[in-house]
Design a protein around this ligand. Structure first.
Ligand SMILES: NC(=O)C1=CN([C@@H]2O[C@H](COP(=O)(O)OP(=O)(O)OC[C@H]3O[C@@H](n4cnc5c(N)ncnc54)[C@H](O)[C@@H]3O)[C@@H](O)[C@H]2O)[C@H](O)CC1
Ligand SMILES: [K+]
Length: 503
């Protein structure tokens, strides 16, 4: 699913109007009717709900006028508020003339703002993708008033005051929506943590936009849906054998953090690896052999952390990082791995911290490696804090580009940046995954998929991210958010991958 800019969305509207030989009013009615249907279906409005519809001067406001008309005709007591404006869009004016006589329309008076109960519902149709600058004056006053009311706000297309695809100064007046109802394709703003308080839960409503124009739209930002991932995990041929799915090596664990090595090992096994060898310091040998008998275990001569890199010849992919620690001896193992590996690498956790603490190691990264930092590890990697989530995305794209690596930035919508400059946002997962070991599980799963010779590095990464979050989503009904453990994610990796085998 493509992420398009505000300008591209407008162009898509025009292309749709032309291709389908409809008017912009038709498209507006289509959008507003989809919003109204959602309100009826999802919010189950009852007739004594206090409903306010606030409209701005453009087509976002035009959508709002149609929604108000629909609600009024359905018998709801709608209060319609118009933001004072010097001029209005043609479609807004057209819709204004369509308002039924019985529907009271009031202009917002900044000195006497609408009286809105905390139990009310507000439809925010003030501004959408036409926002060209942060809100000021009456618009900002009204937005702050809506936020202070405590009412349930449903934003049309965008929470008013938020840009669809670009940062804005902190402290701007932006609607804090409970729901944002957008059309057909998500906006980048929906996927960034800093906007979560404004966007709320977002939904995409079908608008029947021109498929050809969507196909032709150029972007390097993508939102990966389950439908797009189905069928991309190859089924297992009947005559498979362990070698078909690769022999992986996992370098992990240190004194007190052997559990990370266990979780990554078990996740790699559940991810379908053919054979797995896990290398841990001696302290972890018995633990690994007992907790993951399906994996072979190589003990490092040192007791508490890794000091020697084993011969890499047998392995189709190597993972390094979970629970590794950052000892000097381990740093030298990482250096040797980076300079000698000739197979895909998955680099996580303390191996990333070692790269951050020793930037000269980054120049040794073999192109095509996959790095999986969370934001703090990423900041250490690039050596400077991001100004905001948009800047962090640019840092991510630049890092992937100049290292030639794939880089995953873990978060609510985990982002994968590719050496070619594309960024893919993952759509699965839930807040229960913010728990110790969740990243170790991802590393093990990604290692398994990178050992599978049938998968490209991009597919292995996308499948791993999708299945990791999906496994956590499958576990959720059994565990709840707070009760979700990393080992619960492991339990559902198999079912999550199975869903991706079939179209
Ligand atoms: N395919 C679709 O997504 C469709 C979306 N629709 C709706 O159309 C709006 C976009 O409408 P547009 O007229 O371009 O702009 P807005 O209504 O968002 O903005 C109104 C108007 O306000 C002025 N303005 C901009 N910034 C400010 C500001 N800071 N303060 C005051 N005024 C400002 C500017 O002149 C804007 O034009 C989209 O969001 C959808 O809701 C279509 O209805 C159907 C297809
Ligand atoms: K809006």
């Amino acid at each position: 699913m493509k992420l398009l800019s505000a300008a591209q969305t407008h162009a898509l509207d025009q292309a749709t109007i032309k291709a389908q030989n409809i008017s912009s009013i038709d498209l507006m009615e289509r959008a507003a009717n989809a919003v109204t249907d959602w309100l009826f279906k999802e919010l189950l409005l009852d007739y004594d709900t206090e409903i306010h519809v606030c409209c701005g001067p453009g087509n976002n406001g035009g959508d709002g006028l149609v929604v108000a008309r629909n609600l009024h005709r359905a018998g709801y007591p709608v209060r319609l508020w118009l933001l004072p404006a010097a001029r209005h869009s043609a479609d807004f004016t057209h819709q204004q003339h369509q308002l039924p006589a019985g529907l009271a329309v009031q202009e917002v008076n900044p000195d006497k703002l609408p009286d809105i109960a905390a139990t009310a519902m507000v439809v925010d149709a003030l501004f959408g993708t036409g926002l060209s600058r942060p809100l000021e004056g009456d618009a900002a006053t009204l937005v702050r008033h809506l936020n202070a009311s405590g009412a349930t706000v449903v934003a049309v297309d965008m929470p008013s005051g938020l840009f669809a695809d670009a940062p804005q100064p902190a402290g701007c007046a932006v609607v804090q929506a409970r729901y944002t109802l957008s059309f057909e394709l998500p906006k980048l703003a929906f996927l960034l943590p800093q906007n979560a308080g404004f966007v709320g839960d977002w939904r995409l409503l079908p608008l029947g936009l021109d498929a050809q124009a969507i196909r032709e739209a150029k972007t390097n930002l993508f939102f990966v849906t389950a439908d797009e991932m189905r069928g991309r995990f190859p089924e297992r041929p009947k005559f498979s054998h362990k070698g078909t799915f690769g022999h992986a090596l996992l370098l992990a664990g240190s004194q007190g953090k052997i559990g990370a090595a266990v979780l990554a090992t078990q996740a790699c096994l559940r991810g379908g690896v053919g054979l797995l060898t896990t290398r841990v310091p001696a302290v972890g040998y018995d633990i690994l052999q007992i907790s993951a008998p399906e994996a072979m275990c190589l003990a490092d001569p040192a007791a508490d952390f890794l000091t020697e890199l084993p011969d890499l010849a047998p392995y189709a992919a190597v993972g390094i990082g979970p629970g590794l620690g950052q000892q000097d001896g381990t740093r030298e193992v990482l250096r040797q791995l980076l300079t000698t590996a000739e197979v895909p690498l998955v680099i996580d956790a303390d191996a990333l911290n070692l790269l951050g603490a020793n930037p000269e190691l980054q120049s040794l990264l073999p192109p095509g490696s996959l790095l999986t930092p969370h934001p703090k590890e990423f900041e250490r990697l690039v050596g400077e804090p991001a100004r905001d989530d948009y800047h962090r995305l640019e840092q991510l794209r630049s890092f992937a580009n100049h290292t030639g690596c794939y880089c995953v930035l873990k978060g609510a919508y985990t982002a994968l940046a590719t050496p070619a400059g594309h960024i893919f946002f993952n759509s699965t997962g839930n807040p229960g995954m913010a728990t110790g070991g969740s990243g170790d599980v991802l590393t093990g799963l990604l290692l398994a998929l990178h050992a599978d010779q049938r998968l490209s590095p991009l597919d292995a990464a996308l499948l791993g991210l999708h299945a990791h979050g999906r496994a956590a989503d499958l576990a959720l009904p059994h565990t709840g958010h707070a009760g979700l453990l990393a080992s619960d994610i492991i339990r559902f990796i198999g079912p999550a991958l199975s869903e991706l085998e079939i179209l």
